[in-house]
Ligand binder design. Structure first.
Ligand SMILES: CC(C)(COP(=O)(O)OP(=O)(O)OC[C@H]1O[C@@H](n2cnc3c(N)ncnc32)[C@H](O)[C@@H]1OP(=O)(O)O)[C@@H](O)C(=O)NCCC(=O)NCCS
Length: 324
């Protein structure tokens, strides 16, 4: 018998305001057709003034707790993946802890940009299998609208705000691929590529919040190559292939990247959860958002094998295989 981290609940939250591509046509030199054909994005949600990343994260966490039939008192630890925390410190996780009314346990943030949720899941799994926690809330929450240069048409049309959350709980497994829970992981980073996707501000450099800067074509090239490779690495650890996968739940950055990755994995688009059209790229929030929407749509069911994969600034990238 081995200890596994099993998904007990999932939920998400999206800010009320929806910005259609047509609205962006009025503020930057772009077209709905360009955005759709290059990225697959049709609309995105944007947080209201005074609505913070921790508000989005707390709302998603409450939805996940409800889905799990648990309360915040049942949780030992909160791991939040975000690159857009409310403040430089304290962590977004402690802000969410407070908003959930939790006064015990502990919370901390993980920053691996768009790959953040894969890193957060891996770390939450480590807390559970090492016996340091029984139940962990894993949250991806972002307000990327706040680090957009709204005059840069090459980036501002691609991103959105949102949050998603999972509740993981310790359970005994047989140690086989039939166990429910998180089964395999692969994490990578390579700081040589720091200049192709970054924010040009920070505490220790210029004391500014900064704006997202991206060499889109370069990022695209790395994404298609690295995402299929990391998914294969995780599946190889289980002697699984694309044929064993019920759903790929990819980071939702660009429909062309999603299709290219699925193609390289030999998985048809009928087994890929796609939400990028409605959410844009919500960075670390995109995978838990897509998991939650995939469950809501009736696509993801208990027992399914899910592969998540993501890449983001750093570059940092990785994948996780989950039996739901
Ligand atoms: C950004 C991205 C959509 C651009 O697509 P692309 O196919 O590389 O773009 P193209 O080469 O066809 O077009 C580039 C041209 O469109 C223009 N352009 C950029 N943004 C535009 C917009 N919103 N509307 C209209 N034109 C735009 C550029 O100025 C450029 O014009 P030029 O050729 O005259 O210089 C694509 O590279 C991409 O998705 N990259 C990965 C981004 C990503 O996922 N990042 C996050 C990872 S977590």
């Amino acid at each position: 018998m081995i200890r596994r981290a099993v998904v007990k609940g999932v939920g998400h939250y999206l800010p009320k305001r929806v910005v259609e591509n047509a609205e962006l046509e009025k503020t930057v030199d772009t077209t709905d057709d360009w955005i759709r054909s290059r990225s697959g994005i049709e609309r995105r949600h944007i947080a209201a003034k005074g609505e913070f990343t921790s508000d989005l994260g707390a709302a998603a966490a409450k939805a996940a707790l409800d889905n799990a039939g648990m309360s915040a008192d049942d949780i030992d630890a909160i791991v939040v993946a975000t690159s857009t925390p409310d403040l430089t410190f304290p962590s977004c996780a402690t802000m969410i802890q407070n908003k959930l009314g939790m006064t015990k346990g502990y919370g901390f943030d993980i920053q691996a940009v768009c790959a953040g949720f894969v890193f957060a899941l891996t770390n939450a799994n480590a807390l559970i299998v090492s016996g340091q926690a029984e139940r962990v809330l894993v949250i991806g929450a972002e307000t990327f609208s706040r680090i957009m240069d709204w005059e840069d048409r090459a980036t501002c049309v691609l991103f959105g705000d949102g949050a998603g959350a999972l509740v993981l709980e310790a359970a005994e497994g047989e140690g086989t691929n039939d166990d429910r829970g998180l089964l395999a992981f692969d994490l990578n980073s390579d700081g040589r590529h720091k200049d192709i996707l970054y924010v040009d501000g920070g505490v220790s450099s210029n004391q500014q919040t900064g704006f997202l800067r991206m060499q889109g074509k370069e990022v695209f090239r790395h994404a298609v190559e690295k995402l299929a490779a990391t998914a294969h690495t995780s599946l190889d650890k289980l002697n699984m292939t694309g044929d064993d996968v019920d759903w790929i739940v990819p980071h939702q950055a660009n429909l062309r990247i999603i299709k290219g990755t699925a193609n390289r994995m030999g998985v048809g688009m009928d087994r890929v959860v796609v939400t990028v059209s409605d959410h844009g790229n919500t960075s670390a929030a995109s995978i838990p958002l897509a998991l939650s929407v995939g469950v809501e749509r009736g696509q993801i069911k208990q027992g399914h094998v899910i592969v998540t994969e993501a890449i983001g600034g750093g570059l940092a990238w990785g994948s996780v295989v989950i039996r739901w």
